[in-house]
Structure formats: structure tokens, C-alpha cells
Ligand binder design. Structure first.
Ligand SMILES: Cc1cc2nc3c(=O)[nH]c(=O)nc-3n(C[C@H](O)[C@H](O)[C@H](O)COP(=O)(O)OP(=O)(O)OC[C@H]3O[C@@H](n4cnc5c(N)ncnc54)[C@H](O)[C@@H]3O)c2cc1C
Length: 380
């Protein structure tokens, strides 16, 4: 938008969804400030992500030029049985990246003085043209537009759409990352640069390679990323999984380094019993296993006057779609394009909402049916 008075946006949440929105709006000349609850840098958070074309398109639009290639290529899809024998193999080239690779590229392209850490949104008020965000520390900020990019447990969503919360799918995903050089040669040769699965009843393990923590994609400096989907019944079983090593019951995930000792032992022991030899080695070599509950979330609206919801704050599709990050990138890119093309902000928001709602809903339904089929869940 070629507005002489430079409109301003507040982005709540400084993870991938927030930074996609912030960098896309800056590309059309907006002033943007990002407010992130975490007081510390988040560059070691998260695991592998399948790199989709929408992320690359967003980077092009926002003029982001990462220092390294964004991902590691895999060539074939392999399905292994419990003994490690190949039961199916098909060529399917694709690229895998990681949360920290995308985060570092996005945050490197956004001015540090406009990225505010340790800022937790607690309330917002708005009139026809302005919105004001209030933070836990007593400070406030106001702008033409507020973007809720604060994830599945979104405070923005709770304020604008009370009562709309995520639901638990019935299963969780255990995850880990292993430096390429830590894995014994026999496992490396089976997993190397391929997308590898082991599917059993009510269980799906998978692995692919991602860039190193420093973003390197050079052989010897990358990481193996693994995931293992397993059921955990709501109630005591799920409570035990989501209770961290200080005894605190977290809402839907335990980050690396915070898994309770008993849960760490449980998943390692299951790995010894159920995983094929290469995956068993991956689990053994993982220093900090982490776990996330698989959630479902769909909102009926994404625009609330001068506030909107984006990324996981609006829709959480199952990870089998491998498309949530691409969805957050698309949300952001389409928003900037709609504002730039239409000019009138309120009209642009409504056009944007119509497209993004349809797409979020479609992706959500597809993910639920795929996930339930994989995990043998019959919806009640
Ligand atoms: C198991 C698993 C596998 C996945 N694999 C893939 C994949 O292969 N491909 C893919 O595309 N996506 C994948 N995803 C999803 C992907 O990680 C997210 O969709 C994407 O990162 C967008 O998230 P977000 O930024 O909207 O939310 P989040 O990453 O949850 O970030 C929200 C941010 O808001 C901050 N925040 C929260 N509340 C407040 C507040 N009140 N005030 C200020 N800040 C606040 C939080 O600290 C956080 O930094 C996967 C997810 C899971 C669980």
C-alpha cells in the first residue's frame, strides 16, 4: 500500500506465524511491532518442518535472503518393518527444513528494535479505527491493526472469541533430533537423505534429515529429525505425559529438556521394544526427547474489527498435512497482498478472511480424517 501516513500493526506472538505476518506487512510499507511472551531467544525451539512452496513464496515477497539453503533434500520414501527390512520404497523428492532455520531467517530480516521480548498480551480494546494492546507488565501499544499470532492457546482468540478452544485428538507425538555425526554407520546408511517410516497399528514413526542447529546443510553438520505418534488416553495417561520434570502440568507440550524422568524412560523402553534397529538407535542417541499433544482447532471467524487471527491461533491442522507452517505463511502473504491490492483496510480484511477460512477448514478436515485413519481412531 502506498499510504503516505504508514499504517501500523501490532503482532502478538513472535514465532513463525507472527514473523511471517510482520515481514509481509513491512514489505508493503507498514510499521510493525512484534510482542513475544518468551523473555529469551527461541532459536533452539522446535523440530523439523517439511518445506512447502508457500514459505519460499513468502520469503521472495518479503525479500528474505537466508544465509544457507533452507532445507535438506530427501529422495525416496521408505517404509520399514520392525526388523528394519524395506517393505515399500517409492521416489518422492522433497525438502525438509527446521523450525530454527525458518525462525532465524525470519527474525534476521526483521529489525530487532521492533521485536519486543517478555511482553505478554493480557487484554485489548478497539474502536472503529484503532486497537490497543495491554501487556502484563502494565505497558500498552496501539495501532491500526492487531494480529493474533499467539498459537493454539491464543490469548487474542480467548478475548475476541471466548469459548473457542482446541480439542485433543487422542494421540501425541514424541520427537527428537540427533546430530548426523552421532548416529552409527548402519543406521545412517539406512536413513540417509530419505523420508523413512515405520507404520504399525496405532503407531507411526518417521524420520527425515534437517539442517543443523546453525542452519548448515553441509553433509556431516545436519541433524536427523524423528517423530513417533502414539495414543495417550485423556485423563491420567495424558496428564502424566504432559507433566514436566518440575511436576507442572503443561497445556499441550513439553519442550526439550523438560520431559519427566519417568516419561523419558517410558518412551525409550518402548523404542527398544517396537522400533526398527535404525529408529531404535535414533531414540537412544537423542539427548532431549520432547512431546506434543496433537490438537484440533477451527475458528468460525478470523477478523474481529481491527483484530485478526493467523497461524495456529486460528486453525491447527494435524501435522500429517505437513502444511501448518505453509498455512501461516499463506495467511501472512495473502493479508499483505489483499491490503496492497484493495487499499481499503476493512474491505481487504473481509476478502482475506473469506479465503483463509475456507482453506483452514479444508485443511483441518483433511488432517483429521488422515490422522484418525493412521491412528485407528473411530470418531464418536
Ligand atoms: C508434531 C508437530 C509437527 C509439525 N510439523 C510441521 C510440518 O512438518 N510442517 C508444518 O508446516 N508445520 C508443522 N507443524 C506446525 C508448525 O510448527 C506451526 O503451525 C507454525 O510454527 C505456526 O505456528 P504459530 O506461529 O502460529 O504459533 P506458535 O509457534 O505456537 O507461536 C505462538 C507464539 O506466541 C507466543 N505467545 C503466546 N501467547 C502469547 C501472549 N499472550 N502474548 C505474547 N505472546 C504470546 C508464544 O510464546 C509463541 O512464541 C507441526 C506441529 C506439530 C505439533
Amino acid at each position: 500500500m502506498k499510504s503516505p501516513d504508514m499504517p501500523k500493526a501490532l503482532v502478538i506472538g513472535g514465532s513463525l506465524g507472527g514473523l511471517f505476518a510482520a515481514t509481509a506487512l513491512r514489505a508493503i510499507g507498514w510499521h510493525v511491532d512484534v510482542f513475544e511472551r518468551s523473555p529469551v531467544a527461541m532459536d533452539s525451539r522446535g523440530g523439523g518442518i517439511v518445506l512447502q512452496a508457500d514459505v519460499v513464496r513468502h520469503f521472495g515477497y518479503a525479500g528474505i535472503k537466508p544465509a544457507h539453503a533452507l532445507g535438506v533434500r530427501s529422495h525416496d520414501r521408505l517404509y520399514l518393518d520392525r526388523d528394519g527390512a524395506i517393505v515399500h520404497k517409492e521416489p518422492m523428492p522433497q525438502t525438509q527444513t527446521s523450525w530454527n532455520t525458518l525462525y532465524n531467517a525470519l527474525s534476521g530480516a526483521f529489525p530487532a528494535e521492533h521485536y519486543h521480548r517478555g511482553k505478554t498480551l493480557v487484554d485489548l480494546v478497539q474502536n472503529e479505527h484503532r486497537v490497543t494492546a495491554m501487556f502484563e507488565d502494565g505497558s500498552s501499544a496501539d495501532a491500526d491493526l492487531l494480529i493474533g499470532a499467539d498459537g493454539a492457546g491464543s490469548t487474542v482468540r480467548n478475548l475476541v472469541l471466548p469459548g473457542t478452544d482446541f480439542t485433543y485428538s487422542g494421540y501425541v507425538v514424541w520427537r527428537g533430533l540427533v546430530d548426523e555425526r552421532e548416529l552409527p554407520d548402519f543406521a545412517k546408511s539406512q536413513l540417509y537423505e530419505d523420508f523413512v517410516f515405520q507404520q504399525d497399528p496405532e503407531s507411526l514413526m518417521l524420520e527425515y534429515m534437517v539442517p543443523g542447529l546453525d542452519g548448515s546443510v553441509d553433509p556431516g553438520r545436519r541433524r536427523f529429525n524423528w517423530l513417533w505418534y502414539l495414543k495417550a488416553a485423556p485423563g491420567p495417561e495424558l496428564d502424566a505425559v504432559l507433566t514436566d520434570n518440575t511436576g507442572h502440568r503443561r497445556s499441550h507440550s513439553i519442550p526439550p529438556g523438560a520431559l519427566a524422568i519417568g516419561q523419558d524412560a517410558y518412551i525409550r523402553q518402548r523404542g527398544e521394544q517396537q522400533a526398527n534397529p535404525a529408529f531404535r538407535e535414533l531414540i537412544r542417541q537423542t539427548q532431549d526427547i520432547f512431546v506434543q499433544a496433537i490438537l484440533d482447532l477451527k475458528v468460525p471467524r478470523m477478523v474481529f474489527g481491527r483484530g485478526l487471527l493467523t497461524g495456529d491461533a486460528a486453525f491447527v491442522p494435524r501435522p500429517h498435512t505437513a502444511g501448518s507452517t505453509a498455512k501461516a505463511a499463506r495467511n501472512a502473504l495473502s493479508l499483505a497482498q489483499a491490503i496492497d491490492d484493495i487499499g481499503d483496510l476493512d474491505k481487504a480484511l473481509l476478502v482475506w478472511q473469506q479465503q483463509q477460512l475456507a482453506e483452514g477448514s479444508r485443511m483441518g478436515d483433511w488432517g483429521v480424517s488422515m490422522g484418525n485413519r493412521i491412528m485407528g481412531i473411530v470418531p464418536s
